[in-house]
Design a protein. Sequence first.
Length: 249
Amino acid sequence: MKLDIRKIEKKDLDAFIEGNALPCFKSNQIWDWIWKKSKTDFNAMLNIPKSLRALLEENFVFRPVGIDKVQKSIDGTIKSRLRLHDGHLIESVLIPVPGDKRFTACVSSQVGCSLSCKFCATGKMERMRNLDPAEIYDQVVIVNQQAIEHFGHPLTNIVFMGMGEPLLNYKNVLRSTQLIGAEGLGMSPRRITVSTVGLSKLIKKLADDEVKFNLALSLHAAMDHKRSEIMPINDQNDLDSLMEALIYF
């Protein structure tokens, strides 16, 4: 079975190029086509020789996210239902504030969610799986294209506030912020916000990992008993523990 090229690390691609007795700089070129130019077709990699493109085609595959349905609001908001390679559906949203020249992509991190918050439609769905970094990255690429097409302006902000709890997909979310950021699309971490229902231990881990993006807490109630009614996760992450974690962060 062919490997998904966007699931391998750079060192693995380096090893593949070296193992085929090819110049090492070809690995850098391929990596740039994938993550900086967002290409999901080897034949679009124009400075790669045809023989190498054929070799890549023989060994690797792309599994890009595709648009399944788009809804547009009169206020300019665009919601997209996206189809993953295995048939699962997720949602991403373009939120424009044209007068302010702010264009935000709201992206998902999981297929479904396991936390059952009372106010959230996704909480009524079963969590099927985590999204991989490329699936999160693709959402940003798709929504950015919509922003340019409809408003003539690229995205200015990314928020992880779509389907799923980002911190329960910790490793993949952090990797996706790197690919959205300096390693790929060049978005400043100060323009990326990860929203969480409040998982105290993982908020502290974010601090220990010295992340540079912004963190938002979905609070919804300022009393433990009320918050636990609408957000069951509060039973294990009460307001005192969250305050301690946020101060630590």
